[in-house]
Design a protein around this ligand. Structure first.
Ligand code: SF4
Length: 226
């Protein structure tokens, strides 16, 4: 078991890394779901736009969400739409046909079982078909403002490269980060690392020379960099 001193040192290093990554990211655009959540903190919008965002570019997610919310801004309205109408609204999001079916079912269940209010716990959200851990943690954190760490591919890759955690799966990363990150950093960690992972610590050949966090990074598994 890690000693309290080692844990404190890791947390302090994580704080410094977060500050350095923020400097690197600067004023770059936030991920689409964060932008939607900031415009209107509505768990329903966070849930729907996150489902749309899976395997879909940010620009496409923004536009598809905007079109869908223009015709269905509540679970009742979305549940009443035909699958074909939802498909048309969210096209060309990846797997738009599967997502359209899932979104309709999710909306109907929220309406029938939860009185139209999106549940606010990860476990309840995970019981919906089409809702995975990434979506559930984003709804809880960005939609409800509750402390949770959303781990997507960028968060998993960057946290491991830097040496903040040593894990094999996103779920392991989520629980390891809970021990390392100060609680006040949990909600914002995802949007910071998504921007940082898209622009600086890219999957192939990260831009280490432009990275403010390079002195804090172990560069684990990095073979080629710029
Ligand atoms: S791998 Fe390079 S770009 Fe990524 S965090 Fe480390 S130093 Fe920065």
């Amino acid at each position: 078991m890690r000693s309290p001193i080692a844990t404190r040192a890791k947390s302090q290093r994580a704080e410094r890394a977060i500050a350095a990554m923020s400097r690197s990211v600067g004023a770059k655009a936030l991920p689409s779901v964060s932008q939607i959540a900031r415009k209107k903190r509505d768990p329903f919008r966070v849930l729907v736009s996150t489902v749309i965002s899976l395997r879909t570019k940010d620009e496409v997610t923004m536009e598809a969400s905007r079109r869908l919310f223009a015709v269905a801004a509540t679970p009742a309205k979305l549940g009443a739409l035909g699958v074909r109408t939802i498909e048309k609204a969210i096209y060309p999001a990846g797997f738009y046909k599967t997502k359209a079916r899932a979104l309709k079912q999710i909306a109907r269940r929220i309406e029938s079982e939860y009185g139209g209010v999106v549940p606010d716990t990860i476990d309840e959200l995970l019981s919906f078909k089409g809702v995975g851990r990434k979506t559930a943690t984003l709804v809880v954190s960005l939609g409800y403002g509750k402390d949770a760490i959303c781990v997507d591919t960028h968060v998993h890759r960057v946290s491991n490269r830097m040496g903040l955690v040593k894990t094999s799966t996103p779920t392991e990363t989520e629980f390891a980060l809970m021990k390392v990150l100060p609680r006040k950093r949990w909600i914002g960690y995802n949007e910071l690392l998504v921007s940082f992972g898209q622009h600086i610590c890219t999957p192939i050949s990260p831009r280490c020379t432009a990275c403010e966090a390079r002195r804090l990074c172990d560069r684990i598994g990095v073979i080629k960099h710029r």
